[in-house]
Design a protein around this ligand. Structure first.
Ligand code: L34
Length: 305
């Protein structure tokens, strides 16, 4: 048996096409386009690569895009001031501060400072809270979990009643995707287990999964005999495991891909899997934020203040 490959690159193309026509509609109706600022502090090579891809995608969609690169030495106060400036800017609908931040800056403080109505990353507690409560008019969903859920749905995997095992408990992937898959609604209604470094028998839990979502950041953690035959495997790991002769980073997931393909029913590759979907869903959140601003829809966050 050889698993069907779930291509994030192909799914991204479909989503971006849908968004491009929304941007056209927005221009026609309001003479405006979505505005996104990406703030990158320092020069972490992975962050530089991801932010560059975000900027390129935003420009391709015709967004008003500001790439705001700041030196590693920027103070927390200066970064907070910068965020406040974008909070006030009516042409900016999405503010993204790429993580991780240097140690002298509190990520929590920075995330809390972003206007929840512009928090297209979905990291602000107001948006995370809305996500937990669920329902149709929730806040912004975090991009990687939203991308994962979209991939599962578009791959035709049944989620209702499915056993989902999430490996990892980070704030940006593990915790939110575990909650989202257990919600009522499309692409959810699953029975979820979240496992982590203190779990007693990781492999045993994984073997029960109809849908295995791995976001541990450990290259090759999941072995083929951890996978239930026919399961859908979502590999969120983007590990830099070396450098090619041309100087490009060699990327590898958390799953032993070649071997897993022999057991899984469907599987996402790295690269070309969850990464491109993260960026597509960021664009989708930004378009949604722009519509809300232009149509004066009081967002969930607004009601809370
Ligand atoms: N604020 N910080 C904030 N928002 C985010 O949503 C992120 N994340 C994570 C790290 N920090 C963040 C991302 O953007 C991870 N992440 C991300 C985004 C895109 C890709 C991977 C991770 C991606 O496109 N990966 C490509 C390969 C890119 C390359 O060659 O380096 C892939 O095909 O997997």
């Amino acid at each position: 048996m050889s698993a069907e490959i779930i291509s994030g690159t192909e799914m991204r193309a479909a989503i971006l096409e849908e968004l491009a026509s929304e941007v056209e509609a927005m221009k026609a109706k309001y003479g405006k386009v979505p505005g996104l600022v990406t703030i990158l502090v320092g020069e972490n090579p992975a962050s530089v690569s991801y932010v560059t891809l975000k900027v390129k995608t935003a420009l391709k969609l015709g967004f008003h895009e500001i790439q705001d690169n700041q030196p590693e030495s920027i103070t927390e106060e200066a970064l907070l001031d910068l965020i406040e400036q974008y909070n006030q800017d009516p042409n900016i609908h999405g503010i993204l501060v790429q993580l991780p931040l240097p140690k002298h800056i509190s990520e929590e403080k920075i995330i809390y400072a972003i206007d929840p109505d512009k928090d297209v990353d979905g990291f602000h507690p107001v948006n995370l809270g809305r996500m937990v409560i669920g329902g149709e008019d929730g806040g912004f969903l975090p991009c990687t979990p939203a991308g994962i859920q979209e991939m599962i749905v578009r791959s035709g995997t049944e989620t209702s009643g499915a056993e989902v095992v999430v490996v990892g408990r980070s704030n940006i992937v593990g915790k939110p995707i575990a909650i989202m898959m257990g919600q009522k609604g499309r692409g959810a209604n699953s029975t979820v287990t979240m496992v982590h470094t203190r779990t007693r028998d990781l492999a045993e839990h994984c073997r029960r999964a109809d849908i295995l979502i791995v976001a541990a950041g450990v290259p090759g953690l999941v072995k083929p005999d951890w996978i239930k035959p026919g399961a859908t495997v979502i590999d969120v790991g983007v590990n830099r495991v070396g450098t090619s002769s041309t100087g490009k980073a060699i990327l590898s997931g958390d799953v032993d891909f070649a071997e897993a393909c022999k057991v899984a029913g469907k599987i996402t590759p790295v690269p070309g899997g969850v990464g491109p979907m993260t960026i597509a869903l960021l664009m989708k959140n930004t378009v949604r934020s722009a519509w809300m601003a232009l149509e004066n829809k009081s967002s969930a966050a607004y009601v809370c203040r």
